[in-house]
Design a protein around this ligand. Structure first.
Ligand SMILES: [Zn+2]
Length: 539
């Protein structure tokens, strides 16, 4: 009985895809004065690079396994089970169900300082089921969710890097703690503010986040994109016979529709950088019964925290007005997710970028390039193939025009954080779409994840061998980033993680999807299991 309607024609990307937009505004700032690599550190980094290469099949298996699960936010049950078992096998202690979220965990290895928290998202996108390595729409299971953002690849980057560093730290008897955690339900910006509220980052020195992209890159300062609050408005009226006694009914659906009309009129007078969109989650039961309950789910986005709060207040006001017009009650609103704007740490970004330059882009095969160009052609995008040069160090965004959001923002305002973008996907894609899944269990994704793991492993070496780096990171965090702006959560004391989201849709598809879970005991790759001759393109 759910009617779903998209408010806007344009697709808004979560994650870093749009971060490059609006960046710049003048010459890059001169680099910070950070400690150089000693010969010992250089040797450890070279060792880490070689070890990550040796683990490339292990990395590939993780990427393929999570791809095959294709689970939506808060329902990452198989992904969770798989990662927890894998981390335990590799010597990590894992606490499950952290922050009251069944598919969230915190894994830990080592002891003492520094404490480094490695995170990456794990959830998929509705309707994005897609055969990997096929350059046109061809779902594995029609209508099912899939990894149409590429969140199947980031845990592989972090886990490979962590295992390599753990081996080095054990041999060298280095103090330090490595934590690994999932960005559960990132597509709903549903969990990271709760992780912060639960104190999971209280003793963390540095957070290294990683997200799929189409290049190896990192940035510092204010990121692009928006802060977000996700709010459900539910109205309550009274049923009546829609034909026999409509004057006795009070329609909650009327309030939903009036709220949307009101919002769309108001949109003309909102800041250009804002974004807002909604779906109707409940539009009533059947036409001959006046709808007693109806609800609409809004994403409000704006580029700063104060402006987002203003936008949210306008939404609340319009909802109250709509309730009055329809003569129904507005029930207490439910916050289903939230994200602060992103702000990344200068010192950590700088060393990460130095490592990026050493690692460089993967070597793409003719097959990789053929797939990329064929997909770009299929979508009417520029046929640029794959990126071959690493990006420069991203500078603070000074002319932010809005865009997607990521709740890593909340963590970035609590502990020095960077997001490493790694090249597991193809440039020029729409985002949140089947096309963004095409590369994600192919050699493009595998090589991209290995490149990302190399950078991550080298940055871990930097952090455990250079206490001055951690000091510089906190100096920037305390004296630059948070000097005038302090973190205040968007979630209210009464809000709880929306762990019921996606339960219904996931249960509809899970049994059919289960037939296609990757079985690494029988097949080397997921492409092999699906019998796909890489790359498959329209001839
Ligand atoms: Zn994402």
């Amino acid at each position: 009985m759910r009617t779903v309607r998209l408010a806007l024609a344009f697709v808004v990307l979560a994650g870093v895809a749009l971060m490059a937009q609006g960046r710049g505004g003048g010459a890059p700032a001169p680099p910070l004065n950070l400690p150089a690599d000693t010969p010992r550190i250089t040797a450890l980094k070279n060792e880490a690079l070689a070890e990550v290469d040796k683990l490339k099949d292990f990395t590939q298996q993780m990427v393929d396994q999570i791809f095959s699960y294709g689970e939506l936010g808060f329902q990452e049950v198989e992904t969770h089970k798989y990662l927890v078992a894998l981390l335990r096998q590799n010597g990590f202690t894992v606490e499950e169900g952290v922050a009251g979220i069944p598919t969230a965990f915190m894994a830990s290895w080592g002891s003492g300082k520094p404490v480094i928290a490695l995170g990456s998202d794990i959830d998929g996108i509705p309707q994005a089921s897609q055969k990997p390595g096929v350059a046109y729409r061809d779902p594995i299971v029609e209508g099912a969710p899939g990894h149409g953002e590429g969140h199947n690849s980031g845990q592989a980057v972090n886990i490979t890097a962590a295992i390599v560093l753990k081996k080095i730290m054990e041999r060298e008897k280095m103090p330090g703690t490595i934590r690994i955690w999932p960005g559960t339900a990132e597509e709903l910006v549903g969990t990271k503010a709760y992780f912060v509220r639960a104190g999971l980052f209280k003793d963390v020195d540095v957070a290294l986040f990683t997200h799929v992209g189409n290049n190896l890159s990192v940035s510092w300062g204010a990121g692009g994109g928006t802060a977000l609050v996700s709010v459900e408005y539910t109205f309550e009226g009274e049923t009546a016979h829609s034909a026999g006694a409509p004057w006795r009914g009070r329609s909650a659906l009327d309030a939903v529709e009036l709220m949307n009309v009101g919002w769309n009129y108001r949109r003309e007078h909102l800041p250009l950088e804002h974004r807002s969109h909604y779906v109707i989650r409940n539009g009533g039961d059947q036409p001959n019964v006046v709808p007693r309950n109806a609800s609409v789910w809004y994403y409000f986005r704006d580029i700063t925290y104060p402006r987002l709060k203003e936008l949210w207040a306008i939404g609340d006001q319009i909802a109250e007005g709509a309730a009055k017009m329809a003569n129904v009650k507005l029930l207490p609103t439910r916050v289903l997710g939230s994200a602060w704007p992103r702000h990344f740490n200068r010192a950590i970004a700088q060393v990460t970028h130095d490592n990026i330059r050493q690692v460089g882009m993967p070597t793409w095969s003719e097959d990789d390039l053929t797939l990329a160009r064929a997909l770009q052609k299929e979508l009417g995008a520029r046929e640029t193939g794959l990126a071959t040069q690493v990006s420069g160090l991203g500078q603070p965004v000074t002319d932010n025009r809005g865009g997607g959001s990521d709740d890593i923002g909340d963590i970035s305002w609590n502990v020095p954080t960077v997001t490493l973008s790694f090249p597991s996907n193809i440039p020029g894609l729409p985002g949140h779409n089947w096309a963004n899944a095409v590369a994600m269990a192919t050699p493009i994704a595998h090589k991209g994840a290995t490149a990302g793991a190399k950078v991550q492993a080298m940055t871990l070496v930097d952090i455990v061998t250079k206490p001055e780096l951690v000091t510089a990171a906190w100096d920037y965090f305390n004296n630059v980033q948070t000097r005038t702006q302090k973190y205040e959560p968007l979630i209210r004391p009464q809000d709880q993680p929306a762990i019921d989201l996606n339960r219904e849709v996931m249960s509809r598809y899970r049994e059919e999807m289960r037939k296609y879970y990757f079985d690494p005991t029988r097949y080397k790759t997921y492409l092999e299991q699906l019998g796909i001759k890489y790359p498959m393109i329209k001839r």
